[in-house]
Design a binder for this molecule. Structure first.
Ligand code: FAD
Ligand code: N01
Length: 536
């Protein structure tokens, strides 16, 4: 069968793929989104675990591209729950009539560049072959769940789940002995909810994480009105910030103020909740001494919130500076450890040795279990790309090119892979930001770029090796000026055995990054080679 010809293939129907489809349509391109899941929504389709919600405020964790959309949709809580976010996505699909170009339950298995035809040949697990001029990878940074390779899992007689692959039906833990392995954002959100149901919950913690209270609650009409009446201005402001969100940005170092002012500032930020805390001073991410004050403050809060001093100490993160590992935002996380039906196991002191038919064995001790929840995270940023056999010019494999860590220009394009774009790819701010802001910026940049090619009778754009090298140098340089390398986190690939230890996101900030991208476009896509049919 000859391949189906199309202008643009978009892989993934999360927030990114959905918006990319809309923009492709507006450019008059024929486009198809291919999505492995049984529904659109990406993160919010897959992560249905108890307690799942966003931790960037709903009013900003939403699309900004349509003022009508942001005026007509009303969020109910400061941080929306997963079902509400998924309802919002469904609303967007209907409102902009996007469903008819989204192909569900189909996984892209390979994307191979045909040099002679200047087209991408894309194969799916249904055996369909498509040929497209543009291939846009909207495959997600957190879409490849990681289940540690424990011996014996297949013999476990209870039920096991990964937070990122949660079943669609209600899971009732009432009366059950449950384990949660992992204390990142997914663990911190699910642990209090599971604890309220289970007969007993054992939390297996390898590394404690910093968590700031969410102070979640219903949004008042006044809150909503404030946002809606000022949306254009507030969105614009967010676009220029470091993290793509509106926080009160401090101009002061934590070292410049008295202990009273410092603690008062931390206290006020703590009361506001969420990532505001990280903005308390301007050098928490760059200066270890400043960071130590924030660490000390949060340790004291943990000790206040947890009754048993030994448990409290175990929950105090001591191996990494605050903010260099994705912080968590919680509702009653630390208080959960005061419950009689919750226990904490330190996996560093007593490593998990194996999963047994009736539970798991850690440090020689058997834990009898009815269910295990893996909140063990994702093969972040590169996992989904590597699951596709992506081959560029001269058959070079992306996986091979990136075997020592990703190399890209702006996290958007890769030398040797013409007309292929990665949305929120490694080397862009992506996961270090309000991702709605970052993904909208990427999609608009890609759409403008495709438009530019059309207007100039060009049909190919490819990052140059020099531009890519220079960008990677800048990405590493920016990270070197921070404390990020001091932590074993998925930001540096430390959570997946064998993954190269490099910085995956660009830490230079969303606003700065946007400026760089805009300037490159304004200079006729500096650092890219552009060509037309006449050049071929
Ligand atoms: P995704 O939503 O991950 O979508 C990618 C899609 O691509 C998936 O549906 C996947 O099935 C599909 N796909 C991948 N490979 C293939 C293939 N080969 N073939 C076909 N389909 C494929 N960010 C924030 O800024 N704020 C938050 O509060 C926040 N909360 C989060 C909560 C959770 C539980 C998680 C896991 C992440 C959260 N994030 C948050 C990050 C979140 O991933 C992004 O905000 C955003 O949803 C990403 O959208 P996306 O479309 O880029 O990727
Ligand atoms: O995953 P994680 P996540 N044995 O990688 C532990 C976004 N998100 O799903 O720290 C024992 O953060 C691991 O331990 P360690 C957000 O960007 C947002 O929670 O590696 N333990 C860690 O404790 C987030 O950062 C929200 O030592 C093992 C945990 O499992 C990202 O998604 C909600 C282990 C994994 O934590 C990922 O979050 C959820 C092993 N072999 C997710 N392997 C919001 O609230 C891993 N661990 C918005």
């Amino acid at each position: 069968m000859p391949p189906t010809n199309i202008d643009a293939i978009i892989v993934g129907a999360g927030f990114s793929g959905i918006y990319m489809l809309k923009r492709c349509r507006e450019l008059g391109l024929s486009a198809r989104v291919i999505e492995a899941g049984g529904g659109a929504g990406g993160t919010w389709y897959w992560n249905r675990y108890p307690g799942a919600r966003c931790d960037v405020e709903s009013m900003t964790y939403s699309y900004s591209f349509s003022d009508e959309l942001q005026q007509e949709w009303t969020w109910t809580e400061r941080y929306a729950r997963q079902p509400e976010i998924l309802r919002y996505i469904e609303h967007v699909l209907d409102r902009f009539d996007l469903r008819r170009d989204i192909q569900l339950e189909t996984r892209v298995t390979s994307a191979v560049f045909d040099d002679a035809a200047n087209r991408w040949i894309v194969d799916t697990d249904w055996g369909e072959r498509l040929s497209a001029r543009f291939c846009i990878m909207a495959t997600g940074c957190m879409s490849t769940p990681h289940v540690p390779d424990y011996e014996g899992l297949e013999r476990f007689e209870g039920d096991w789940y990964h937070t990122g692959l949660w079943p669609h039906e209600e899971i009732d833990f009432t009366g059950k002995r449950v384990a949660v392995i992992g204390t990142g954002s997914s663990g911190v959100q699910s642990i209090p909810v599971i604890a309220a149901q289970a007969a007993h919950l054992t939390v297996f913690q390898r590394t404690p994480n910093f968590s700031i209270p969410a102070w979640n609650g219903p949004l008042s009409d006044d809150d909503v009105q404030m946002w809606k009446s000022r949306y254009p201005e507030l969105r614009q402001r967010a676009r220029g910030t470091r993290v793509g969100d509106i926080f009160e940005i401090s101009e002061t170092s934590a070292l410049e103020v008295s202990p009273e002012v410092r603690d008062g500032t931390f206290e006020r930020r703590w009361r506001e909740g969420s990532f505001n805390f990280l903005q308390s001073f301007n050098d928490l991410i760059t200066n270890k001494a400043s960071n130590d004050f924030a660490v000390e403050f949060v340790h004291d809060k943990i000790r206040e919130r947890v009754d048993d001093p030994e448990v409290a100490e175990l929950l105090c993160p001591k191996d990494h500076p605050l903010g260099t590992k994705r912080m968590c935002v919680d509702t009653d996380y630390y208080e959960t450890f005061n419950r009689a039906n919750v226990s904490l196991v330190d996996v560093k002191a007593t490593p998990i040795e194996e999963i047994t038919p009736s539970g798991l064995k850690a440090g020689g001790k058997e834990h009898e279990l009815d269910a295990i929840v893996f909140a063990t995270g994702f093969d972040a940023m590169t996992g989904a790309l590597f699951n596709i056999d992506i081959r560029g010019r001269d058959g070079i494999r992306l996986k091979q090119k990136w075997s020592n860590g990703p190399r890209s220009y702006l996290g958007l394009a890769v030398a040797g892979f013409p007309n292929l774009f990665t949305v929120t790819g490694p080397g862009s701010p992506s996961v270090l930001s309000n991702m709605m802001n970052s993904l909208e910026q990427h999609i608009e940049w890609i759409a403008d770029c495709i438009d530019y090619l059309g207007e100039h009778a060009l049909d190919s754009i490819e990052a140059s090796v020099e531009a890519e090298d220079e960008w990677m140098h800048h990405v590493n340089d920016a990270a070197d000026k921070t404390l990020f390398f001091q932590s074993n986190t998925w930001y540096v690939g430390a959570n997946i055995p064998g993954k190269p230890r490099v910085i995956y996101p660009y830490v230079g900030g969303v606003g700065v990054y946007r400026g760089i991208c805009d300037e490159i476009a304004a200079k006729g896509y500096e650092g890219f080679t552009l060509s037309g049919p006449q050049d071929g």
